[in-house]
Design a protein around this ligand. Structure first.
Ligand SMILES: Nc1ncnc2c1ncn2[C@@H]1O[C@H](COP(=O)(O)OP(=O)(O)OP(=O)(O)O)[C@@H](O)[C@H]1O
Length: 265
């Protein structure tokens, strides 16, 4: 991690709007966060709360925002290239180059990160093997299942050994063994001082791996603390219950009944 800063991610008054037609839709309404290295952050919230938008801004994929963001001591607006060298981004879905094989795609990603060719090839071989993808190394990506594609996305987000790893629903499509391995990888990387910013709807995984859980709703942070802190605040027992209590969604069985009634009548 950069010697320039002790703070991994600093976000001050982050605001963002999308414009649909001429009408601005304010999505982030003043996010303030200081995240220290070595933390696993679980970033959660209801659909449309602004999680993916936050992650895309932090990864430099959306540049139209208000507020100040500093990552590893670098200003996101003026030094985004320095930041991009030091972060990894694992989205839920991404356009992989379907005509390439995983080996070719990962070589391409390694080259983008200016990695040494020998180092790239060595890592590709080892990682494909460890993710049980070696047998598919030379098949085209367009023949891959969702989980197989997700494994390639995970490898490509980690291959350059980033200091901060941003993940947006990264376990989507993975089988149970792979989920356990990824959880273990994240815990071990955090122990080495890497920072993990993890956005997901899978509450039991977030509950288990996160040192700190940040709950956003309608573009604002409504809870921030360890699972124990949040649990003490909401007295709910599980993160799923805390989530529903704090985001004001309740009466699930009544809602399910109403939905079935609409289908059946
Ligand atoms: N490209 C876009 N153009 C216009 N509006 C957008 C765009 N992307 C997202 N939005 C809007 O911004 C809001 C936040 O979306 P975002 O994808 O950040 O939410 P999220 O918390 O990640 O949701 P989910 O849990 O459903 O993935 C939503 O109202 C969404 O409609």
């Amino acid at each position: 991690m950069s010697e320039k800063s002790l703070t991994a991610i600093s976000i001050k008054n982050l605001e963002n709007s999308y414009t649909n037609g001429n009408i601005p839709n304010k999505v982030l309404k003043g996010i303030n966060l200081e995240i220290q290295p070595g933390q696993i952050i679980g970033y959660i919230g209801p659909n449309g709360a602004g999680k993916s938008t936050t992650v895309k801004i932090l990864c430099g994929l959306l540049s139209d925002f208000d507020g100040d963001i500093n990552i590893l001591g670098y200003d996101l607006r003026t030094q985004s290239l320095e930041i991009k060298k030091r972060i990894g981004y694992i989205p839920e879905n991404a356009a992989l180059y379907d005509t390439l094989t995983p080996r070719e795609y990962l070589q391409f990603v390694g080259e983008l990160h200016a990695m040494d060719a020998e180092d790239i090839n060595l890592k590709i071989e080892k990682l494909l093997d460890l993710f049980e993808m070696k047998a598919h190394a030379d098949e085209r990506l367009n023949s891959f299942s969702k989980g197989m594609r997700q494994k390639i996305l995970i490898i490509s987000g980690l291959i350059h050994n980033p200091d901060i790893i941003f993940m947006d629903e990264p376990l989507s499509g993975l089988d149970a063994n792979s989920v356990i391995i990824i959880k273990e990888i994240l815990t071990q990387l955090a122990r080495e001082g890497k920072t993990i910013f993890y956005s997901s709807h899978i509450m039991d995984v977030v509950e288990k791996i996160s040192d700190r859980i940040i709950l956003i709703d309608d573009g604002r942070i409504i809870a921030d603390g360890s699972f124990e802190d949040l649990n003490a605040k909401a007295h709910s027992g599980s993160l799923e219950n805390i989530f529903t209590e704090l985001t004001g969604t309740s009466g699930h069985s009544e809602k399910a009944e109403e939905i079935i009634n609409v289908f059946e009548n």
